[in-house]
Design a protein around this ligand. Structure first.
Ligand code: SF4
Ligand code: SF4
Ligand code: SF4
Length: 322
């Protein structure tokens, strides 16, 4: 989609030079991948980014039908966050960004770090490459999204994500129109990099809201160079350059990420900062193609039928809006 260079430059003027690189609009127009740099040393943990994300994206949040269909086999667990939409200390279908806390002692100094966590938008994302239905996808500009009109909530994206980022909400999405008791169990949700704002030439909400200019967005090559410059200047450490083959989210920290990983609260909805090998290394790609090609053919047939049904049932509906 075309992008307005003028709008990006207006955003630049509003948000300060630290947040948007001047080359960003041109990079988007050329289809280059965008990346963000998060300078952990600047974050004060105010949570403005979390609030801004929720405000900007709540129109995309799930609005489930209840009661939920009973699933067979019943080992498929219901995931219902609809009564807990205010939870903001972990990732949920209603909270795509949260602040992680790390008290670290490093080389005799104590650090109280606050770290914004969300999807890292991998350069070679296993969630998109291994989704059997093609619901997760990576755009030319590097944004990794889950199409909520196609996703069946099977959680493959979550299980193959090294950080287990996507979160499921039951009672919403395409599975309700297919075989609600036998297939899928809702829709998976995660940060979509405010793709709709970027498409309009605007900057992601969490970046504009930050009073400390913690995040900078721009072409990946320039963001990577900035990360190295910052790490060199501060004797800092980089996460995201090589993890999972490289991500379009680069963190720079004053302490090693191994130390952060030791002290942060990890578990469901709370990703770590562990070392991560490239899940989609070239030797794995052939295997992936062999395993998923038949499923993709079946999926295409089902989706074709379902889309025809949807057009009949919901003429003019915007399924992206709940
Ligand atoms: S708004 Fe900025 S300073 Fe505040 S928590 Fe988010 S990243 Fe940190
Ligand atoms: S961090 Fe996980 S959910 Fe995000 S793009 Fe990478 S594999 Fe996908
Ligand atoms: S980029 Fe957008 S969707 Fe992602 S965390 Fe920031 S505000 Fe939320």
């Amino acid at each position: 989609m075309s992008i307005s260079r003028r709008r990006f430059l207006q955003s630049l003027a509003l948000t300060g030079l630290g947040s948007v690189l001047p080359s960003t609009a041109g990079a988007v127009a050329r289809g280059e991948e965008l990346a963000t740099l998060l300078d952990i040393g600047k974050c004060i943990g105010c949570g403005e980014c979390v609030a801004a994300c929720r405000e900007a994206n709540q129109h995309k949040y799930p609005n489930p039908q209840k009661p939920f269909p009973k699933m067979y086999p019943d080992r498929v667990k219901v995931a219902d966050w609809s009564e807990r939409q205010d939870v903001d200390d972990r990732l949920t279908p209603y909270n795509w960004l949260y602040i992680q806390y790390a008290d670290v002692t490093w080389q005799g100094r104590e650090y109280e770090l606050t770290i914004p966590r969300r999807c890292l938008h991998c350069t070679n994302p296993p969630c998109a490459n291994l989704c059997p239905w093609g619901a997760a996808l990576k755009q030319d500009n590097g944004i990794v999204r889950i199409n909520d009109t196609i996703c069946l909530g099977g959680s493959k994206c979550k299980s193959v994500c090294p950080w287990h980022i996507p979160e499921r909400q039951t009672g919403v999405g395409l599975y309700l129109q297919l075989a609600p008791s036998f297939a899928g169990n809702g829709v998976m949700y995660k940060c979509d990099r405010c793709y709709d704002r970027i498409n309009k030439g605007e900057v992601p909400a969490c970046i504009t809201a930050c009073p400390e200019n913690v995040q900078t967005i721009g072409p990946r090559s320039e963001i990577l160079a900035m990360a190295h410059e910052l790490a060199e200047k501060t004797n800092g450490f980089i996460y995201g350059e090589t993890e999972n083959g490289g991500t379009n989210t680069l963190y720079v920290s004053p302490v090693p990420f191994e130390e952060i990983d030791k002290v942060i609260d990890k578990g469901p909805g709370r990703p770590g900062f562990q070392p991560v090998d490239n899940a989609m290394a070239p030797e794995d790609k052939l295997l992936r193609a062999l395993i998923f090609a038949p499923a993709a053919g079946v999926a295409a047939g089902i989706l074709h039928t379902v889309r025809a049904l949807q057009q009949d049932d919901h003429k003019g509906d915007d399924h992206a809006k709940k």
